[in-house]
Design a protein around this ligand. Structure first.
Ligand code: NAD
Ligand code: DAU
Length: 357
């Protein structure tokens, strides 16, 4: 099969390709990525010369470029990862999120609709997030039936893209599957997200900025478990269905940061208390969702999926990966990201230090 993967130079897309390209020599993988600030081709070094892998730089929101890729490669399956993915950026500048997440998804769906009618064996796998459901209180979990209620421009744009993907199935019969997943962590994640940011700042003795009081809860999943679940749904899940993916690993942000301090200390021989002293409370994220948790009964019952990695083992692996890949880190942190940080976060005020909570 010819398999198009959008956003394959980003965090989850690159982990997906690193797993699937060597495992499936019978399939050809075409990675379509615009190479935004969040991309790093160094994440694909292990597979870039594989005979069953091709990279194409293109923008999913540009119909002409997408048509060229479809005409050249005639993909049978599409795994759609490409997105603007960072909530804080969506608050500072939502336009790019509408452009890539909404228009880009629409352009891809149109490219498939124009070519796939009457052809069997096609699949559009839309990769989405638990954030489309908004926030939970202290109890409960999102099911596949929970009403959409997005809080941020990022989650609103992902919600819109989910609706388009499902509408193309209902209206045009396009073979669509949707997966919504909880927070991922692991190797190759861009260091603006909580876990890699805290690992690197702890290593470098920089402040560890915790939003609000650090009591918000996320359900963490090791990235390879997400990738395996996506492949399982694509190969064995039902067309037109949505499947939830999640780690069942709910943690308060502050507890995650404390664990990272402990692990970085153990791996580098430093004093964990000196790293915890770097914790700094900063202004909360506007519209900050309090808690996410995923009910994954459907994927477990129907497809037998289980995450393999525990939070403890996955986080230690992740800390080690960042310790051992400083060149990768320097590459992604140079250039556009450095300038963006300077523009948006220079002089950001802290409002408290960790009191050992
Ligand atoms: P990422 O930001 O690390 O990577 C996104 C990739 O998409 C980058 O390589 C970027 O260059 C590419 N891209 C962005 N705009 C593009 C465009 N217009 N055309 C082509 N390529 C473009 O994101 P990620 O964390 O790997 O997330 C991948 C997908 O998974 C997203 O759809 C996201 O919503 C979803 N998701 C992420 C998480 C998470 O915790 N990271 C959890 C659930 C779902
Ligand atoms: O839930 C899935 C989503 O997880 C994905 O759809 C998104 O693409 C992905 O970015 C992630 O969104 P979050 O907003 O949950 O992730 P982030 O790493 O930005 O933040 C995790 C939590 O940590 C959140 O409650 C905000 C907090 N935080 C984050 C940063 C970057 C801090 O306290 N300090 C920080 O510096």
């Amino acid at each position: 099969m010819r398999i198009l993967v959008t956003g394959g130079a980003g965090f989850i897309g690159s982990n997906f390709l690193n797993l699937m390209v060597p495992r499936h020599p019978e399939h050809h993988f075409i990675n379509l990525d615009k190479l935004t600030y969040a991309a790093n081709l160094a994440s694909l070094e292990a597979i870039c010369d594989a005979p069953n892998y091709t990279f194409v730089q293109a923008d999913i929101a540009d119909a002409r470029q997408v048509d060229q890729v479809f005409d050249a490669h005639d993909p049978e399956w599409v795994f759609h990862f490409a997105a603007e993915s960072h909530v804080d950026r969506s608050i500072l500048g939502p336009a790019a999120f509408v452009q890539t997440n909404v228009i880009g998804t629409f352009v891809l769906l149109e490219a498939c609709r124009a070519r796939w009618q009457g052809r069997v064996g096609r699949l559009f796998h839309h990769v989405s997030t638990d954030e489309v459901y908004g926030s939970l209180g202290d109890t409960g979990a999102f099911t596949e039936e929970t009403r959409y209620d997005p809080s941020s421009p990022y989650s609103a744009s992902k919600a819109a893209s989910d609706h388009f993907a499902r509408a193309y199935h209902r209206t045009y019969g396009l073979p669509v599957k949707v997966t919504n997943c909880s927070n991922n962590y692991g190797p190759r994640q861009f260091p603006e997200k909580l876990i890699p940011l805290m690992i690197l700042n702890a290593l470098e003795g920089k402040p560890l900025p915790v939003y609000g009081q650090g009591t918000n809860v996320r359900d963490w999943l090791y990235v390879e478990d997400h990738c395996e679940a996506i492949w399982l749904v694509a190969t064995r899940g039902r067309v037109g269905e949505t499947y939830h993916i999640g780690g069942g690993t709910e943690k308060r942000n502050l507890d995650v940061v404390h664990t990272i301090c402990q692990l970085v200390a153990e791996e580098t021989g430093r004093d964990p208390d000196s790293l915890r002293a770097l914790i700094t409370y900063v202004a909360d994220r506007p519209g900050h969702d309090f808690r996410y948790a995923m009910d994954t009964t459907k994927i477990r019952r129907e497809l037998g999926w289980e995450p393999r990695e525990s939070f403890e083992t996955g986080l230690r692996k992740t800390v080690r990966w960042y310790l051992n890949h400083r060149a990768w880190v320097e590459q992604v942190r140079s250039g556009e990201y450095a300038r963006w940080l300077e523009r948006n976060y220079a002089g950001r005020e802290a409002h408290g230090k960790d009191a050992g909570r």
